[in-house]
Design a protein around this ligand. Structure first.
Ligand SMILES: C[S@@+](CC[C@H](N)C(=O)[O-])C[C@H]1O[C@@H](n2cnc3c(N)ncnc32)[C@H](O)[C@@H]1O
Length: 544
C-alpha cells in the first residue's frame, strides 16, 4: 500500500461521523448506543496501549463495536502499518456499514455487519486478538428485551460462569463475551460508564475483572469532564490482560486529567478490591495534591458564627485538622532512651530528660492518662535524653551527663548516621507531646482487625518515630482550648475509621505489613468529622 495520510483519513472519518449523527434521531442513537469516541481520547487510548505492548510486536486488532472506526484510525496513527497483522470489527448498523466501508477501502480490514453478541468467536489461538479496544454500545437494560437479556445472560454464564444482573447494560455483556475473542495475554482497553465501580449490578462485572483477567489500570475521568459531548455519562477506561493475576497483583487507579496525564494515581492490592464493593473510594480518598481546602476555609465554617455555611459537598482530609509528623528519630534508642532505673544509676538530671512513650508493642492501652505533673501513668517510665549544650559546657557543668556521653562515644553512638549529621551529636529533634498519636505500622490479626491504632495522649510524654504525632492546627488548637472534651470525640472518630480506608490509604508489604506515611495518613478523608465538629460547636454556640 502507498504511504497513507493518517491525519487526512481521520478528518474524513470525522466528517463521515458527523453525517451519520445527523442521519439519526436521538432515540435511534440511544437504542444502539451510538456515541462515538472523540479523536483525542481514541488517540490517547492507542498511545497508551502502545506503551504496554512490546515494540514491533505483531498486532491482531479487534473492535467489537466499530462505528465509523475511531479506534482503527487511531491504531493507524499509533502503530507502523507493518505491525498491524489483522484488523477485525463488528458493527450492527447497516447504515454505518454502508457509509464506512468506502472510507476504509484498501485497508486489510474485516468489518463484519453483525451483532457481536451473536457472532462466533475464532476457534484457534492464532486467530484471536492480541489487542482489543472497545467503546461498547451504551444501551441501558431498559432497552434490552426480556428474550435478549436471557440469551445474553445464558451466553455469558456458559462462557465465564458468571450470571450478569438483569440490570446490567449491554456493555457488561460485550465485556464478558469478548473473553473468547482474546488470545492469551491479549491487551484490552474498555471505555465504559463508571457506574460499574460501585453499583450492585456492577458486582458481576467486577467479579469477571478480578477472576478471569489481570486488571492493570482503571482510569476514571472527572465526573464534570464528560467525554461525550452528546451523552451525560461519566466514563472509565479499564485496562487488562487476558491472563490470571498473581496473588500480590496491584491495580493502578488513576483519576481526573487525561488518560496519559491523570491528576491522581494509586496502586491497590487485588485482595483489597475483592473485599470492597465500592471501587470509586479508590479515587476519592486519595489525592496527589495537598488538600485544595485552605486552613482558613476549614476554620471559617467551624469557628465563625456562620455555621450554616459549612459545605456538605466539600471533602476535608486529616491534614486540614492536624499537622502530622513522625516522632523523634533518636539515631540510637538504646542509648538515648533510658528507664527510670538507668536514670538513677547514671545520675542524669531531670532537666536533660523528657518523658517518652514506650513503643506500641509495650503499650497495652489506647488512652494514656497522666498524673498531676503530666507524667504518663504507665507501668514503666521511659525518658528521652535531650540536651543541646556543648560538650565543653557539659564537661564543666555536669559530670554525670558527661560520663554518660563518654559511654555513648565508646560504643560509637556519636558515629551513627543520624548522630553524625547533627550538632551536637546527642541533640534531639523538637517534638512536643502530641494529644493524638498513630501507630503507623502493623499487621492485622484475629485480636486486632486494624493494623493501626490511634492513641489519646493526656500526658506530657513525647514519642519516637514508631508513632506519627498529630498536632492540631492552630484553629483546632483554639477550639480545643475552649472545648477540651472534643479531642476525645476526634479520637473515637479516628479509631472508628473503616479499616479498608486506612489500609488502602497506605501501603502493604508482601508479608502483610501495613504502613501509613505521614502524607498518606493526612489524606484520609474526615469530612464527616468536620461536619460533626461544626454541629457540636453550633449547638454550643446556640446554647450560649
Ligand atoms: C459507542 S459506539 C462506538 C463506536 C466506535 N468504536 C467509537 O469508538 O467511536 C458503539 C457502536 O456499536 C454499534 N453496536 C451497537 N450494538 C451492537 C452490537 N450488538 N454488535 C455490534 N455493534 C453494535 C453501534 O451501532 C455503534 O456504532
Amino acid at each position: 500500500m502507498d504511504v497513507i495520510d493518517v491525519e487526512e483519513l481521520e478528518r474524513k472519518r470525522l466528517n463521515l461521523q458527523e453525517q451519520l449523527n445527523k442521519l439519526k434521531t436521538h432515540e435511534e442513537r440511544n437504542r444502539l448506543g451510538q456515541y462515538a469516541t472523540p479523536t483525542g481520547l481514541a488517540t490517547d487510548m492507542l498511545q497508551y496501549a502502545k506503551s504496554l505492548l512490546p515494540s514491533g510486536a505483531p498486532i491482531r486488532f479487534l473492535d467489537p463495536a466499530f462505528g465509523s472506526g475511531a479506534f482503527f484510525s487511531a491504531l493507524l496513527r499509533a502503530f507502523p502499518l507493518e505491525c498491524i497483522n489483522r484488523v477485525t470489527g463488528y458493527e450492527i448498523d447497516e447504515v454505518y456499514i454502508k457509509q464506512v466501508i468506502g472510507l476504509w477501502q484498501g485497508f486489510d480490514l474485516k468489518l463484519n455487519h453483525a451483532d457481536f453478541t451473536r457472532a462466533s468467536p475464532p476457534e484457534s489461538e492464532h486467530e484471536r486478538a492480541t489487542l482489543l479496544i472497545c467503546n461498547p454500545p451504551y444501551v441501558r437494560h431498559h432497552y434490552l428485551s426480556k428474550e435478549d437479556k436471557s440469551r445474553l445472560q445464558a451466553r455469558v454464564t456458559r462462557l465465564v460462569n458468571i450470571k450478569l444482573s438483569g440490570l446490567s447494560g449491554l456493555y457488561g455483556y460485550f465485556l464478558c463475551l469478548a473473553h473468547q475473542w482474546m488470545a492469551d495475554n491479549c491487551l484490552a482497553g474498555w471505555l465504559i460508564p463508571g457506574e460499574f465501580l460501585d453499583v450492585n449490578y456492577g458486582q458481576q462485572i467486577r467479579e469477571y475483572l478480578l477472576s478471569h483477567v489481570t486488571v492493570l489500570r482503571i482510569h476514571r475521568f472527572d465526573a464534570k469532564d464528560l467525554q461525550f459531548s452528546d451523552a451525560l455519562i461519566s466514563s472509565a477506561i479499564v485496562w487488562f490482560r487476558k491472563t490470571l493475576p498473581s496473588a500480590q497483583h496491584e491495580v493502578e487507579f488513576t483519576g481526573g486529567g487525561t488518560l496519559l496525564a491523570p491528576l491522581v494515581s494509586r496502586f491497590v492490592p487485588l485482595r483489597s478490591l475483592k473485599s470492597n464493593c465500592k471501587w470509586s473510594t479508590y479515587f476519592r480518598n486519595y489525592t496527589k495534591q495537598r488538600s485544595l481546602v485552605s486552613i482558613d476555609e476549614v476554620k471559617s465554617p467551624i469557628l465563625s458564627n456562620e455555621y450554616h455555611s459549612i459545605s456538605t459537598s466539600r471533602e476535608y482530609i486529616l491534614s486540614d485538622l492536624f499537622e502530622i509528623k513522625r516522632g523523634v528519630a533518636t539515631g540510637a534508642n538504646k542509648f538515648f532512651i533510658l528507664t527510670d532505673e538507668q536514670v538513677q544509676a547514671y545520675g542524669i538530671a531531670q532537666k536533660f530528660l523528657k518523658p517518652v512513650l514506650p513503643g506500641p508493642r509495650s503499650l497495652s492501652v489506647d488512652e494514656i492518662k497522666a498524673d498531676a505533673k503530666g507524667m504518663p501513668l504507665l507501668e514503666k517510665k521511659y525518658f528521652l535524653l535531650s540536651c543541646n549544650l556543648t560538650e565543653e559546657f557539659i564537661k564543666k557543668d555536669d559530670t554525670s551527663l558527661w560520663r554518660y556521653l563518654q559511654i555513648g562515644k565508646e560504643c560509637g553512638v556519636h558515629n551513627r548516621y543520624l548522630c553524625r549529621h547533627r550538632t551536637p551529636w546527642y541533640g534531639q529533634e523538637h517534638r512536643p507531646p502530641a494529644p493524638l498519636l498513630c501507630t503507623y505500622m502493623g499487621r492485622q490479626s484475629r485480636e486486632r482487625r486494624s493494623p493501626f491504632r490511634f492513641i489519646l495522649n493526656q500526658s506530657c510524654a513525647t514519642a519516637t518515630n514508631v508513632y506519627l504525632l498529630l498536632y492540631p492546627r492552630p484553629w483546632l488548637q483554639e477550639m480545643l482550648h475552649s472545648r477540651p472534651e472534643l479531642i476525645r470525640m476526634i479520637w473515637r472518630y479516628l479509631n472508628a475509621i473503616p479499616v479498608p480506608m486506612l489500609v488502602d490509604g497506605g501501603r502493604t508489604y508482601g508479608d502483610g505489613l501495613h504502613k501509613l506515611e505521614p502524607g498518606e495518613l493526612g489524606r484520609i478523608s474526615v469530612s464527616s468529622l468536620v461536619r460533626e465538629l461544626s454541629v457540636t460547636c453550633r449547638r454550643a454556640w446556640v446554647a450560649g
